[in-house]
Design a binder for this molecule. Structure first.
Ligand SMILES: *[C@@H]1O[C@H](CO)[C@@H](O)[C@H](O)[C@H]1NC(C)=O
Ligand SMILES: *[C@@H]1O[C@H](CO)[C@@H](O)[C@H](O)[C@H]1NC(C)=O
Ligand SMILES: *[C@@H]1O[C@H](CO)[C@@H](O)[C@H](O)[C@H]1NC(C)=O
Ligand SMILES: *[C@@H]1O[C@H](CO)[C@@H](O)[C@H](O)[C@H]1NC(C)=O
Length: 763
């Protein structure tokens, strides 16, 4: 979650944020147009208009002229400072413009205008992780999918450092003929790996649009190299996590769309990036960013992703870093793959050893070799002084002469962890033990601290504080142990920060869909760490759903390469129905408390790429299938038009409740005294032509019966479809012990196991 220079509290982010929890000083306050004089009254607006049916808009110029016709005379002048910023062709029927409030109001009153609203700012929410996902050279999915060869992954992020060795195009063929994108780096920076690179940042800073998308933040280089980085030997960060790094789809192409800067990401720019990517011919889109939950018609990522889906592009998005509270998701639309974050079986380990001999394992990326492990006086920064000193916030320890020469315990609170170490060091402390608050549980980060430090769990922190308050002369030291694989009991585990369901906008669709590696992930970085000066081989360790999203984007690219005819919904279905629900020890996946995680933390479970390539059955959904679903959400015709970009009349369509969408998971609700809910699904045979499946039911607490009709699904041809119905029944007498309960319906054949997760809500 934290990048080395991060210092931002997630609560200061309102809408579009990168899903790396901390990025240096992203401030939505800067999202509006800054500046004095005449510009101070201008803001960026997104205007959605009805597509003309009578005018033929053959060229971009025609479209521009059409959009311009909505501008009041005052704004239509060619003055650079105002007027249209982006004209959209695919993802939205409309444009972004800089306008005064009066001008915006005047546009809103014109015929054919569906919506006018101020633009919001959003936030951006691996050597070992491919191996952890079972991807190995010469065997299995990497072999079957040719490492993602021929597939184009579009990454909407902070840009890229193009000269990084992760973007070498060794063994990567030229892009497919359908590729229409372009590269705004000069000369030789683009190649067969990095086939496109453009910047769309216009409204949150003054960078001109044609500027090359150099990554001055680091986030975009990290996410792009995670999705499709080349093999790089001896990759490490400060000597840790050393090994051969690679992306998940190492031979896939990358197209970079810079839509975020260190100030954040603005909606208009994100849409412009989505619009270009849709036009350019990418196969998979990776968005490690998002905003707060809102109805899909006003969620512009959802709206833009819909257009991409219509073009056959799979859109993979981070779930958000607002866990562990429930109902904290971003990117909840059913046409999006929503990705939560879990740990991998690698720790970059250090141990706090107390004077009484007790030891507590934790993590840090900074592993000084010369630190003398002699016990030193131990003190809790929160013992006296103002409350902010418990968190070792910058400036809070300044006067505490009592910290000199000591090991200082600081509480973690979501603000910059490296800054806390700096504060301890400035106050004369020798080492830091960073302890989680209760909601951080056992999730610990390997940060590039400025001093000897270790981040430990909440439980360890409680024991350490107890020792401090009872020992007559508390002492401690930190032992540095380097990189360990498979040393912990419970990987993969859901991280504390990973956002949780239920889905606020559409409770009948289970979200997140899936979890994947997002804790302490090593990937490419534009800035050398420590004493190194080698920019091309710089790597950093970051955490966030920003990191798990590109892992799934890479998996989707592998599946697309293995099955070019699969729709985005089919790829999603394969990922969801083959997910793993147990950890490496064969126990149910746990969360940050080390107790079994609930379904709103894991979704279907942990991604299992080698199984996803051969799922047996697929739940498919065509773009037009979403229209009855959207009508069922009780959106108005014009709200739906904003999403699907064509006129819709719900009164003449048979709408469906959201849980009846042909989704690869099932989420139903018992209202009041209801005793029965039925759901139908249709699957397509993508396994052997002659196949027979039998349903296996994981029982659900609070239900009397789950009946599946028919009991067997028999296929005689490839691509054959079959439908089934599930009847959930409860007698309604006993009140269920919990508001939610979950299980699964699994279709099992000798070769395949197609698991459909089920969650039931008792209202
Ligand atoms: C990384 O591993 C390689 C190969 O085992 C080794 O040659 C190299 O010295 C290692 N680098 C570090 C920093 O440990
Ligand atoms: C440190 O001392 C200065 C001057 O005495 C005082 O103004 C300031 O509030 C003190 N800061 C803290 C954190 O106690
Ligand atoms: C980095 O440089 C500093 C100062 O020259 C030196 O003290 C330190 O040991 C070096 N660190 C590493 C990891 O080489
Ligand atoms: C199955 O359908 C896909 C796309 O609809 C098609 O490309 C493929 O050839 C079909 N396979 C068979 C065996 O009919």
């Amino acid at each position: 979650m934290e990048d080395p220079k991060c210092r931002l509290s997630p609560t200061t982010l309102t809408i579009f944020i990168l899903h790396l929890i901390c990025i240096q000083s992203i401030s939505p306050a800067n999202g509006a147009i800054a500046g004095a004089d005449t510009r101070s009254s201008l803001s960026a607006y997104i205007i959605q208009v009805r597509k003309p049916t009578d005018i033929h808009l053959a060229t971009i110029e025609d479209l521009d002229t059409f959009y311009r016709s909505f501008l009041p005379a005052t704004a239509a002048s060619s003055n650079q400072e105002r007027g249209i910023v982006h004209s959209y062709r695919h993802v939205l029927s409309g444009f972004a413009a800089k306008l005064t409030a009066e001008e915006a109001k005047a546009i809103g009153e014109k015929d054919g205008v569906l919506s006018v609203r101020p633009e919001k700012a959003l936030s951006l929410h691996t050597t070992h992780s491919p191996d952890f996902l079972g991807l190995r050279q010469g065997v299995g999915l990497w072999k079957d999918s040719n490492f993602g060869k021929g597939v184009i992954i579009g990454v909407l992020d902070t840009g890229v450092f193009p000269d990084h060795s992760s973007f070498s195009d060794k063994n990567v063929p030229p892009p497919p003929a359908k590729w229409k994108g372009k590269c705004d780096f000069d000369g030789k920076s683009c190649n067969n790996k990095l086939i496109g690179a453009r910047s769309f940042i216009s409204s949150i800073n003054t960078v001109a649009q044609a500027d090359p998308p150099y990554d001055s933040e680091g986030h975009g280089t990290h996410t792009a190299s995670t999705a499709a980085g080349a093999f790089v030997r001896d990759a490490n960060a400060l000597g840790n996590a050393n090994g051969t790094a690679s992306g998940i789809a190492p031979l896939a192409h990358l197209a970079i769309y810079q839509v975020c800067s260190s100030l954040g990401c603005s909606e208009g720019d994100i849409l412009a990036g989505l619009d270009a990517a849709t036009e350019d011919g990418v196969d998979v889109l990776s968005l490690s960013l998002g905003g707060n939950s809102q109805p899909f018609y006003s969620d512009l990522i959802a709206t833009g992703a819909f257009a991409a889906t219509q073009k056959g592009i799979l859109v993979s998005c981070s779930a958000g870093n607002s866990g562990p509270s429930s109902g904290t998701l971003s990117n909840e639309a059913p046409w999006i793959l929503t990705v939560g974050a879990s740990s991998i079986d690698r720790s970059i380990k250090a141990t706090a050893r107390l004077g009484n001999g007790k030891e507590f394992d934790g993590e840090t990326l900074y592993q000084p070799r010369d630190f003398d492990p002699v016990p030193l006086p131990l003190v809790y920064a929160g013992e006296k002084g103002d409350p902010s000193s418990a968190y070792c916030l910058t400036g809070s320890l300044g006067n505490r002469t009592g910290l000199r020469g000591k090991v200082v315990v600081c509480d973690s609170d979501g603000t910059g962890r490296r800054d806390k170490g700096q504060e301890v060091q400035d106050a004369g402390g020798v080492a830091m033990i960073l302890v989680n608050r209760i909601d951080g549980g056992y999730t610990t980060f390997a940060d590039r601290h400025v001093l000897p430090a270790v981040h430990v769990s909440y439980a360890a922190g409680s024991d350490i504080k107890q020792y401090i308050s009872t020992a007559s002369a508390p002492k401690a030291t930190v032992l540095f142990k380097g990189t360990h694989i498979n040393g912990r009991s419970a990987d993969p585990a859901v991280t504390s920060f990973s956002s949780r369901g239920p889905n606020a906008q559409s409770p009948g669709i289970l979200k997140p869909d899936i979890i994947g590696p997002g804790l302490n992930i090593l990937a490419g970085w534009p800035f050398p760490l420590g004493n190194s000066t080698d920019k091309k081989r710089a790597f950093a360790v970051l955490s966030g759903t920003s990191m798990s999203c590109p892992h799934l984007s890479g998996v989707a690219a592998l599946l697309k390469s293995a099955h070019p005819d699969w729709s985005p919904a089919a790829i999603k279905s394969a990922i969801i129905t083959t997910a793993t629900t147990s950890n490496l020890k064969g126990q149910p996946i746990v969360d940050e408390t080390l107790r079994p995680a609930d379904i709103f933390a894991t979704g279907a479970g942990h991604v299992n790429p080698s199984k996803a390539v051969d799922p047996g059955l697929i739940y498919d959904t065509a773009p037009q299938d979403y229209i009855p679903y959207l009508c069922g959400l009780d959106y108005t015709d014009s709200e739906i038009e904003r999403i699907v970009k064509e006129k819709v009349k719900c009164s003449s369509i048979r709408s469906i409740p959201d849980y009846q969408l042909n989704y690869p998971s099932i989420s139903v609700r018992f209202d009041g005294s209801a005793t029965k809910v039925s759901v139908t699904r249709t699957v397509r045979n993508v396994g052997p032509a002659q196949s027979r499946y039998r349903s296996v039911i994981d029982p659900i607490k609070g239900l009397d019966l789950i009946g599946v009709q028919p009991r067997d699904l028999v296929f005689t041809k490839a691509n054959q479809t079959a439908s089934y119905r599930v009847d959930f029944t409860r007698s309604g007498k006993a009140k269920p012990a919990t508001p939610y309960a979950w299980g699964a319906v699994t279709w099992v054949s000798p070769k395949h196991s197609v698991r459909t997760p089920v969650v039931v809500r008792f209202a």
